[in-house]
Design a protein around this ligand. Structure first.
Ligand code: UDP
Length: 324
């Protein structure tokens, strides 16, 4: 299914903003593997050269340092060569970081404006925007549906919601093909887990270094975890599927799990004899995430392929390589 589509990427010039980040760098790698020419654009604020090291020096890969929120930085890229597709993934990420820096997060609206303006002007074929399950805020109904209630509270979530709305209106008003993807919790190799969040990596690092695993609250809160490769399969299919034009699509597994179960799974997969320590919840903790993934399934014909155990194992292997 995916193979028949991805042939369409061969020779395409694809701009990935935030391309040196966790998700962006995985995406760059995959696009290169499908024969695309990739322009990775990143200001290296949270992205790293290490993430893209393996692609540097390849003819089909160009790295441009720049800030998507600065019009001149981004317009240089569009002026330099014809861009066929854009993945706009540059953003300030991590709940803690974005709550600490609310006004900096708001500047990301500039990046969204710049991407839309330039993509429209330069006749880009399609723009994919990385939105987030944070748009649902504290959900008022389950499962969380794209056309159901949204409740963005954090500055980060408000910016994502504005982005979705602008993607939608550029499609309606200018005919620019756009699609916003509401990503649920992504995990995998290269994710920078720290005090700023991303629990799977936090648990794996804690387990590998002797524990304890810090479960916040009683661990009954739930999240829908998607392994990074599955997230990328969905994003590429969303790009290449006309039916997603002008839409917002949840990207999740539809099978949330509790954080305590995740902690126990990490202990099992790592095989370490470590304890779990219960700590207080973070302020503003969202108790549950549970996406309705029927739109993803019907429009993309896709279901995540990795079991949670396979995904955690692959992530652990990456951390083992780093910590050894
Ligand atoms: N979490 C935890 N221990 C940690 C860090 C996070 O139990 O050391 C929990 C957190 O309370 C939340 C879940 O893991 O319920 C996911 O947190 P993360 O920061 O990965 O993502 P988000 O809260 O943005 O969904």
């Amino acid at each position: 299914m995916l193979e028949q589509f991805t042939d369409k990427l061969r020779g395409k010039r694809i701009l990935v903003t935030g391309g040196a980040g966790f998700l962006g760098s995985h995406l760059c790698g995959r696009l290169l593997a499908h024969g695309a020419k990739v322009i990775c654009f990143d200001d290296l604020s949270t992205g790293t050269r290490e993430n893209i090291n393996e692609y540097l020096g390849r003819d089909e890969f160009a790295f441009v340092t720049g800030d998507a929120n600065k019009f001149a930085d981004l317009s240089n890229v569009f002026d330099a060569e014809k861009i066929d597709y854009v993945f706009h993934y540059a953003a300030r990420v991590g709940v803690k970081r974005t709550t600490e820096q609310p006004l900096e997060v708001l500047e990301d609206v500039e990046g969204i404006k710049n991407v839309l303006h330039l993509s429209n002007k330069h006749n880009v074929e399609k723009v994919i925007f990385s939105s987030s399950s944070e748009v649902y805020g504290e959900p008022v109904e389950f499962p969380e549906r794209e056309n159901g209630h949204v409740n963005p509270k954090l500055p980060y979530a408000s910016v994502k919601h504005i982005g979705e709305k602008f993607m939608e209106s550029y499609h309606k008003v200018h005919g620019l093909r756009t699609c916003s993807l509401r990503f649920f919790n992504i995990y995998g190799p290269k994710q920078d887990s720290s005090a700023y969040g991303f629990v799977v990596g936090i648990f794996i690092k804690q387990a590998l270094s002797g524990g304890p695993l810090t479960v916040l609250g009683d661990g009954t809160q739930t999240r829908d975890f998607v392994f990074v490769d599955d997230n990328i399969n969905s994003s590429i299919l969303a790009l290449l599927t006309n039916a997603t034009d002008g839409h917002v699509v949840n990207i999740g597994t539809g099978r949330p799990m509790t954080i305590l179960d995740m902690a126990e799974l990490v202990i099992k997969v790592t095989g370490k004899d470590v304890k779990i320590e219960f700590l207080p919840f973070r302020e503003g903790e969202i108790r549950h995430r549970f996406p309705d993934v029927s739109k993803m399934r019907s429009l993309l014909g896709y279901r995540p392929m990795h079991t949670i155990e396979e995904g955690v194992r692959k992530t652990m292997e990456w951390y083992q390589g780093r910590l050894s």
